[in-house]
Design a protein around this ligand. Structure first.
Ligand code: G1P
Ligand code: ZN
Length: 543
């Protein structure tokens, strides 16, 4: 086995977005594309000589090939050890846990999360730092800078390594520890939640449906829900991870997890439904006949976390991304906890979690998690709900009703306008930003603008400032709209419009969110002139 040094040249566009580098799979499979980015990552973190890394991915098309390339490059760059999941599979939260458990120098996760997989779909790669979390902007910027000056990469000439079963292998002097992807993660969950109480719940006839969407959580959910917690066999559906996710769009929301929604809203629905995404960090939870919006889910988890043994001592604080609704802020106020508002993307929670300022974090985009790892964690959220249901012995609908009665209801929705021509989307955002100073005081369809800004975040731990994180318009009645462009798409631009309205009156808790938000939606279209700039008057996806 020899180390080859391969001459290469910078490839344009290798800029990590909200969550790593995401491109069409065929782009990643192009000459030197993956290799350049991996070498740039290694270089940007000061090389990997003598270091230990974790490696795994969500099993999508090209996961296996990319993993072999990365192993050969890690060996050629002098890494001493790589811990890799069997078959190069690891859910994102499981990878985060392994980095922390073994105190490694970081890890590489292969995933495009909830984006579809396959030769014509998406692939992605992300570097996580030794705290287990996604690399902060300072690191992703250094990686990007390196991709623009790279001239060579190092790779071992060797055959593929057998990753089909656990055990230690050698690759040119580097140890490769192939580990069961599920075992350590399942043990972590068992330490946080009251498995005995959840087992008793299932033993009493409680029925659940878990849709793993042919993605990475299948084996995790089967082991934890069916084997360890005694949920009925067959509780987990779409449980076999497939390279193309069986053609599904593995994004757990009411649109893409429609089969689950239909079952939960239909006759004889189970007591509880849940779904997770491609790489296992997102979650959707649904009760019998009732959908739980992610912002509400975060608020309910914050209010009830003390019912789970791992959180019995209370929370240190909560954090939410700026576009997430303020529902959790109300819980924080009632509990006397600090509440933080960060830009979109899990990487911004890392410092707060590391510094012990926050215990629970969440995003409106079906992401919830805690300080047990440094990624959002789909199964963790589902287990937290199960723990709460097992202790309170109430339905999801009753728990939500109680919550709203106590804290008020925040109506919330996100409208996505996908694959807009980038120049038109940029022009719209520029015009909107230029109009911000004139907005306060304007009355738009019965709503008066109180304040408008372009969100900037000053990290309270390291002082770093992130600007242009989304335009916020606040109305006098407390309603709010937020607009930003997605940083995870691979085709054109996706405009995200976030809509929120607080309702304190219990007589008005039963509205359809789209109806409750109708004036806010209309105001958003007028303020941002969405149709004029983008040619779209209706969103493609509503969550
Ligand atoms: C989206 C979500 C964001 C999440 C990210 C990764 O990013 O909106 O909350 O952290 O995916 O799962 P966006 O496409 O909006 O940049
Ligand atoms: Zn994901």
């Amino acid at each position: 086995m020899t180390v080859e040094t391969v001459a290469t040249a910078p490839i344009a566009g290798q800029k990590p977005g909200t969550s790593g580098l995401r491109k069409k799979t065929h782009v990643f499979m192009g000459p030197h594309y993956l290799e350049n980015f991996v070498q740039a990552t290694f270089d940007a973190i000061g090389g990997v000589a003598g270091k230990t890394l974790v490696l795994g991915g969500d099993g999508r098309y090209f996961n296996d090939r990319a993993a072999q390339v990365i192993l050969r490059m890690a060996a050629a760059n002098g890494a001493v050890r790589v811990i890799v999941g069997t078959g190069a599979i690891l859910s994102t939260p499981a990878a985060s846990h392994l980095i922390r458990l073994h105190g490694t120098d970081g890890g590489i996760i292969l995933s495009a999360s909830h984006n579809p997989g396959g030769p014509d779909e998406d692939f992605g790669i992300k570097f996580n730092t030794p705290n287990g979390g996604p690399a902060p902007e300072s690191v992703t910027e250094a990686i990007f800078a390196r991709t623009q000056s790279i001239a060579e990469y190092r790779i071992l000439s060797a055959q593929d390594l057998d990753l089909s079963a656990p055990g230690r292998r050698d690759l040119g002097g580097m140890a490769v520890d192939v580990v069961d992807p599920v075992a350590d993660y399942a043990a972590l969950m068992e330490g946080l939640f009251d498995f005995a109480a959840i087992r008793a719940l299932f033993a009493g006839g409680f029925r659940m449906r878990m849709d793993s969407m042919c993605a990475v959580t299948g084996p995790y959910a089967r082991e934890i829900l069916e084997r360890r917690l005694g949920a009925a066999p067959g509780t987990v559906v779409n449980a076999t991870p497939l390279p193309d996710f069986g053609g599904l769009h593995p994004d757990p929301n009411p649109v893409w997890a429609k089969a689950l929604m239909d079952e939960m809203m239909g006759p004889d629905a189970p007591d509880f439904g849940a779904a997770s995404d491609g790489d296992g960090d997102r979650n959707m939870v649904v009760g019998r006949g009732i959908y739980v919006s992610p912002s509400d889910s975060l608020a309910v988890l914050a209010a009830n976390a003390h019912l789970a043994p791992g959180y019995a001592g209370g929370l240190k604080g909560v954090a939410r991304s700026m576009p997430t609704s303020a529902a959790v802020d109300r819980v924080a106020r009632a509990l006397g906890l600090p509440a933080y508002e960060t830009p979109t993307g899990w990487k911004f929670f890392g410092n707060l979690l590391d510094a012990g300022r926050a215990t629970l974090c969440g995003e409106e985009s079906f992401g919830t998690g805690s300080d047990h790892v440094r990624e959002k964690d789909g199964l963790w959220a589902i287990l937290m709900w199960l723990n709460i249901l097992a202790v309170r012995r109430q339905s999801v609908a009753d728990i939500l009703a109680d919550h709203w009665a106590r804290y008020g209801r925040t109506y919330y929705s996100r409208h996505d306008f996908e694959a807009i021509e980038s120049a038109r989307a940029e022009a719209m955002m520029t015009a909107l930003r230029d109009s911000l100073a004139d907005l306060p005081g304007q009355a738009i369809g019965g709503l008066t603008v109180q304040a408008a800004d372009d969100f900037a975040y000053a990290d309270p731990v390291d002082g770093s400032v992130s600007r242009h994180q989304g335009v916020r318009v606040l109305f006098a009645d407390g309603s709010r709209i937020v607009l930003r462009l997605s940083g995870t798409g691979t085709e054109g631009a996706t405009l995200r419009l976030y809509l929120e309205r607080f309702e304190p009156d219990p007589a008005r808790f039963g509205l359809d969110p789209q109806d409750a938000l109708a004036p806010v939606i209309a105001a958003a279209h007028r303020i941002a002139r969405i149709a004029e700039f983008t040619g779209r008057s209706q969103p493609d996806v509503i969550t």
